[in-house]
Design a protein around this ligand. Sequence first.
Ligand SMILES: [Zn+2]
Length: 243
Amino acid sequence: MINTAQINMDVMQRFSRLLAGRRLAHAYLFVGPQDSGKTQTALSISQLVNCEGPQAPCGQCASCRKIASGNHPDVHVIGNDAMEAIKIEEIRFILGRIQLMAYEARTKVFIIRNIELMTLEAANALLKTLEEPTPNTLMILTTSVPEANLDTIKSRCHIVKFFPSSVNRIAQLLTDEGLNIQEARFLAVYTEGCLGKTRKLIKQEIIPHKRKVLDEMLLNRNNDNFLKSLAADAQEKFDNMAA
Ligand SMILES: [Zn+2]
């Protein structure tokens, strides 16, 4: 399902205006920090351009629901969180699909995440597609390290910048979800306003962990074993974050 809290509403409004004015380009590059909502927003734009409801994206029609569940035959997401290289075969798959009629969508959408992970061969293959746009096709590429990508790719895309959401907005979202305000602000500041990171930390139960640390410090137990287990635990969490 699409996590609506991670959708950049400013970008959505911009795309709504472009769509209404029939000024949508064929390729965009979303540039911004990891976990700043680039893929979620790209999926929401896929819904926007293909929605069958009166107020796009409605989230309720067959098209919106298929995209949300990852089952739309004309909306493809390439790349994943594992940060593995994007190979030529994956780009060839896109090149093959681009030439075919859509199964059911008005606009075929290809989302390629973390394009800095493309092999040079893959990047060059993609370049051809960007040079020769096909009708009713939208390409949305994402990257958190724009300097690592070929200038020839960047110059053929419209750049859309993403920023970490503000600390206050994240804190508000977290309090709406039931966290108390101190915990929400701690997480928002700690993750520099990246909602994706706060969710990872919540999954890793950082708040009970933080409470435990504070309790131990306040009680001043001076327990070496506790400090050692804390350091090992922190390293594990750091490794999980980096993975
Ligand atoms: Zn819809």
